[in-house]
Design a protein around this ligand. Structure first.
Ligand SMILES: Cc1ncc(C[n+]2csc(CCOP(=O)(O)OP(=O)(O)O)c2C)c(N)n1
Ligand SMILES: [Mg+2]
Length: 384
């Protein structure tokens, strides 16, 4: 391993790739010129690897994974459309391109297990079993939303489903997930916690403190870093000295793994290994899942920090297209079956939209219930 030198935060330094990697991870920086033939070769390689992973999964399970990814994609496409039409207020961060991560990982756990996510969480909520209706209504700020219309896009919750947010503070969910895993260990109740976060959260102290405690106290927590290579408009290359994030597990003697986030089955398998470690040995795992978001950071991002060629490079490996191609080649489905699934999902999303549109706004009295900060307490004001 070569010695790492501290580089000043200059643009020139940012272009260089760290040479300290001990993990077999592909280079992260996209070349300016995209070699189409090379891209096609890479895509075919992923598809071949994906097909090898079909063993052990039945037709229903495979189609289920596809359906969930497509539901997330279509749900978010519709959300973007109605956001622009002014139906959704506030921030809205889309997950398009990253669907294989939430779907693959959450397919490896049980209903009783816990999931924590960042503000880019519509897909995780759907994958954990929340209805498209409850999520769309929350986006619309309606009383029927999963957080009664008081949370919006970044604060989806459902305690009964074990979906514990929806967190707007970068990295804020990491200590909370560690706490949930501590509770499971302390009560010996057997749940596993999945904690999803972006790669920019890894530079937060809370990440390092949590990993240290989780390994020391043997907590059943699986830390899933969704490395989409950008924190808002800042590329990872400009913000992180050691960019092989999986390697950071070594600092805490934690098992870690690099995973291809465009391959839903690769994510599922890696999470299953981590779940086994958590359940059998009560030990945590760090997964670095490399992925890419096809949309801007949020709905208000003009996206000037990356090129169209770079986006197209990753779209060649669209996780949904890759998976449907594998399903077709392995004759799990035919074109007609795919069309039928698409139609059903279209109807589910339209139904969610209608439901959200027709639902009532929260009652004004709800302003004072179940909110963390309550500066205006009407009962106290009455006495003044
Ligand atoms: C503590 C904190 N600092 C800054 C912000 C502003 N902020 C919102 S999203 C974001 C980038 C996070 O990127 P990453 O963790 O990679 O997740 P991604 O958006 O790529 O999913 C920043 C800096 C915030 N919400 N919280
Ligand atoms: Mg990111």
């Amino acid at each position: 391993m070569s010695k790492q030198t501290a580089a000043p935060p200059s643009r020139a330094g940012a272009e260089e790739q760290s040479s300290t990697s001990v993990i077999d991870a592909p280079a992260q920086d996209a070349p300016a010129d995209v070699d189409k033939k090379q891209l096609a070769r890479e895509r075919d390689e992923v598809k071949e690897r994906q097909k090898d992973r079909f063993t052990g999964l039945n037709k229903e399970q495979l189609i289920g994974l596809y359906r969930q990814m497509l539901l997330i994609r279509r749900f978010e496409e519709k959300s973007a459309e109605v956001y622009v039409a002014g139906k959704i207020g506030g921030f809205c961060h889309l997950y398009i391109g990253q669907e294989a991560v939430a779907v693959g990982a959450i397919s490896a756990i049980n209903k009783e297990d816990f999931v924590f996510a960042s503000y880019r969480e519509h897909g995780h909520a759907l994958a954990k079993g929340m209805s498209a209706r409850a999520i769309m209504a929350e986006l619309f700020g309606k009383a029927t939303g999963c957080s009664k219309g008081k949370g919006g896009s970044m604060h989806m919750f459902d305690k009964d489903l074990g979906f514990l947010g929806g967190h707007a503070i970068v990295g804020g969910q990491i200590p909370l997930a560690t706490g949930a895993a501590f509770a499971s260990m302390y009560r010996n109740s057997g749940e596993v916690t999945l904690c999803f976060f972006g790669e920019a959260a890894v530079n937060q102290g809370a990440f390092h403190e949590s990993l240290n405690m989780a390994q020391l106290w043997k907590l059943p927590c699986i830390y899933i870093c969704e490395n989409n290579q950008y924190g808002m408009g800042t590329s990872l290359a400009r913000a992180m000295s050691l960019r092989d994030i999986a390697q950071k597990g070594c600092a805490y003697e934690m098992a870690s793994e690099f995973v291809d986030g465009m391959d839903v089955l690769a994510v599922r398998e890696a999470t299953m290994r981590a779940v086994q470690r958590a359940r059998k040995e009560s030990l945590p795992t760090l997964l670095e899942v490399r992925t890419y978001r096809f949309m801007g950071h949020s709905m208000s991002d003009p996206g000037n920090y990356r090129t169209r060629a770079e986006i197209e490079k990753y779209q060649e490996r669209d996780p949904i297209k890759l998976f449907s191609a594998s399903l077709l080649e392995e004759k799990i489905v035919d074109e007609k079956a795919l069309e039928e699934i698409d139609k059903q999902i279209h109807e589910e999303v339209e139904d969610a939209l209608r439901f959200a549109d027709e639902s009532p706004l929260p009652d004004a009295a709800e302003l004072y219930t179940e909110v963390y900060a309550n500066p205006i307490d009407p009962s106290r004001n009455r006495d003044r």
